[in-house]
Design a protein around this ligand. Sequence first.
Ligand code: XMP
Length: 542
Amino acid sequence: MTEHGVVTEATAATQLADERAPVDVPRATDEVVVLDYGGQYSQLIARRVRECGVFSELLPHHVGAEEVRRRKPKGLILSGGPASVYADGAPRLDKELLELGIPVLGICYGMQLVARSLGGRVEAAEVGEFGRSQLTVREHGRLLNGLPAEQTCWMSHRDTVFEAPPGFTALASSTASPVAALESVERGIYGIQFHPEVVHTPYGQEVLKTFLRDICECEMTWSAASIVEEQIAQIRAQVGDGRVICGLSGGVDSSVAALLVHRAIGDQLTCVFVDHGLMRKNEGEQVISAFRDHFKVPLVAVDAEERFLTKLAGVTEPEAKRKVIGTEFIRVFEEEAAKLAEGGEGARFLVQGTLYSDVIESGGGTGAATIKSHHNVGGLPDDLQFDLVEPLRALFKDEVRAVGAELGLPERLVWRQPFPGPGLAIRVVGGEATKERLDVLRDADFILQDEIRKAGLYRELWQSFCVLPDVRTVGVQGDERTYGYVVVIRAVTSDDAMTADWARLPYDLLEQIASRMINELREVNRVVLDITSKPPGTIEWE
Ligand code: XMP
């Protein structure tokens, strides 16, 4: 599968999903497994557990008790899910999971599963409970120890637990849930109807902490940075004295993956950076200076601008542009790999910046309501006959950033916003990506980024960039008629690019950006703002 004609890192992860166990990283720290029953927030639960200092993996609910046992977790969390426990085909609870000798916490659907299978009363309520709700703690028990008697929490359910199973204590109720939390300390089984993982449940993290620290007795010592040493050992064990190659795009994933591998095996690694001439201003130089000059990573930088622009001549249709760029990228990479192999041993291993979110999604827990496709920059197909080295397979994006910072990666690379593999070519829309247009776009984009950074907004935005439609409009500048380009400002907030909202940039900032673009770029005489969310729009214009 290719994503818009450009093979992405996620593509490789997808192809591998069937062959690999999710993440088998030997680790010294405690682990808690989250079983995914298809809830919207399941990934977030694993992330929150990690934020508490306990490593956590999200596994599809159907993996079975044996697989959970094999990981030797200190506790088990059953996630929420979109189904009613009574719906046909709704995920069931494997009762063996309650007999593993480790504490179990059911969240939302997870709690209903537990309650139902142990003899509690779970029924569809007349009204659902969606959004903010008031939780009243009647008995604190172990799970809600130390929490206020009244608190706000976030709910999202229609089925409701009306009675806790025999032997369980009902700890709390909420606006629409007679039993909103329950426990049996004796059996080591706990449940909450509300979502502790979302920010709208102010004491949510406290509940998780109590479960992890006091109930599971975990040591809270895990951190993203703590995996650096583990990964270094693992990479060494995997590649031995073999040669390794890495396609560096300047994006945070490939940058952190490359640095980690370099820490592990030094000059056995060669990075290949293909500058296709479709990067943002100064970006190529920044990558080269960070890797070659600062970190002393063996780096082949290929200036392929002319080659790409020649291939792009006359191509206007976005999918066609993507195909041309994707194919050419692979060709250049293969040529460089072949050159490196001349007169010596060729690379057997290829570094990929596959993230944990790619692994989870391609592992595809059944029952999940949506599976997003995640693209990344500079991915290569795995029929290039390399063994993959994927040191970030256990990490979420924000954790990769933490590792990048730990390894000393410059702030600009650590916090770089996502950038499409085909680069600026798909932001020159409706026309050919010529050098002249790309330069106008690059300069406009530079001004935008500069002002956004100065305003301190760069990290808050998922992406901020310019689009250059193949349109000219009339203007008047200095008493003269002009006929210039229109630049579009696109700035969005998002968590995962699946949905996005247009960013409400301050008017003063927009004015400053527009006036700089028109004053500094002689080809531009009009600036407009895109106020479309996704859906219905996409983030890129293409
Ligand atoms: P859309 O435009 O589909 O984009 O809303 C979603 C996110 O994906 C990025 N994107 C790409 N990333 N290769 C990539 O590595 C690509 O071909 C590609 N196309 C889109 C886009 O910038 C946004 O963050």
